[in-house]
Design a protein around this ligand. Structure first.
Ligand code: PDD
Length: 287
């Protein structure tokens, strides 16, 4: 037994008892969207941003938002408070609902809403000290990567390729330009500048996207979003990876070769320290 209590369509129940009909369009078509919200010491981090992205994803796939903001706040706090892990992440999924199998949107269905809290187990200190390794692959996903869709087969295959290669993440390129990782965004440091791929339909704009810009500003690191050629990624001084559950990690190996010095670099150290402060785990820097 997991001892997890989850939310499903208005009810709070043990994870093992939560059931969805097989005709749910999430199961049949991958027709739904999701969010992953980190929680530190019982406080959701950037929840307003996650909620805004959830609403954008719903609107982009034409699912009527089943709750107002207060309703979402309530679900989030209820699933959180039922567990005593101080640091958690809350997974929220909304599918179009249950209907006879037909591709087009069914009329009059109620979306399925599921929310689950899990313990947030961050990467170990050793992974930050050494840095992680990534592989690269062509980005073979669809062209609406800006939607946080539960249709994740392309991402699943990319991550599996990384696992089989003994790496932590697979970073993808489309037409020779960087897009993102299978479940993370990638950042490139060149000449002491922090670079990221443009906010467009080819990537999921992480909630850490805006945050990285703020942290870079706080640390006095020039920040720029633009198309980044594959060669620039391989010639980077540092590579950083960000996501809700990995925070900001240094990448020290790419396709088996070293990134820059082969060690976590100074830009990562500054940004990571600023991330810890932003999540309330270290005192803010005076001044
Ligand atoms: N993934 N790009 C993709 C494809 C992602 O799946 C994620 C997050 C990100 C980073 O977004 P954020 O900073 O909001 O976590 C970028 C989550 C963690 C997941 O699927 O588990």
């Amino acid at each position: 037994m997991s001892n997890q209590t989850v939310y499903l369509n208005g009810e709070y129940l043990p994870l093992e008892e939560a059931r969805v009909p097989v005709l749910d369009r999430g199961f049949i078509f991958g027709d739904g969207i999701y969010e992953v919200v980190p929680v530190y010491a019982g406080v959701p981090f950037r929840w307003r941003h996650h909620l805004a992205r959830l609403k954008r994803s719903l609107a982009k796939v034409g699912i009527v938002n089943p709750h107002d903001d207060a309703g979402w706040d309530h679900i989030l706090s209820e699933v959180m408070r039922r567990h005593d892990w101080p640091d958690q992440f809350v997974y929220i999924q909304v599918t179009r609902g249950v209907a006879r199998r037909d591709h087009a949107f069914p009329a009059g269905v109620t979306p399925t809403v599921f929310a689950m809290a899990s313990e947030l187990v961050l990467p170990p200190e050793s992974a930050r000290a050494q840095g992680i390794s990534i592989i690269t692959a062509p980005d073979e996903r669809w062209l609406h990567c800006d939607i946080k869709s539960i249709s994740l087969l392309g991402n699943v295959l990319a991550r599996q390729a990384a696992v089989e290669a003994g790496a932590s993440e697979c970073v993808m390129f489309r037409d020779g330009f960087l897009t993102e990782g299978s479940a993370s965004n990638l950042w490139v440091v060149r000449d002491a500048r922090l670079l990221g791929a443009p906010r467009d339909h080819l990537i999921l704009e992480g909630i850490r996207y805006g945050l990285m810009e703020e942290l870079a500003q706080e640390c006095g690191i020039p920040f720029e979003l633009r198309r980044i050629a594959r060669e620039e990624v391989f010639a980077a001084d540092e590579l950083l990876l960000s996501s809700a559950t990995k925070e900001v990690m240094p990448v020290t190996t790419i396709d088996g070769g070293p990134v820059g010095s082969g060690k976590p670099g100074p830009v990562w150290s500054k940004i990571y320290a600023a991330y810890r402060r932003a999540t309330g785990r270290d005192a803010p820097v005076a001044g």
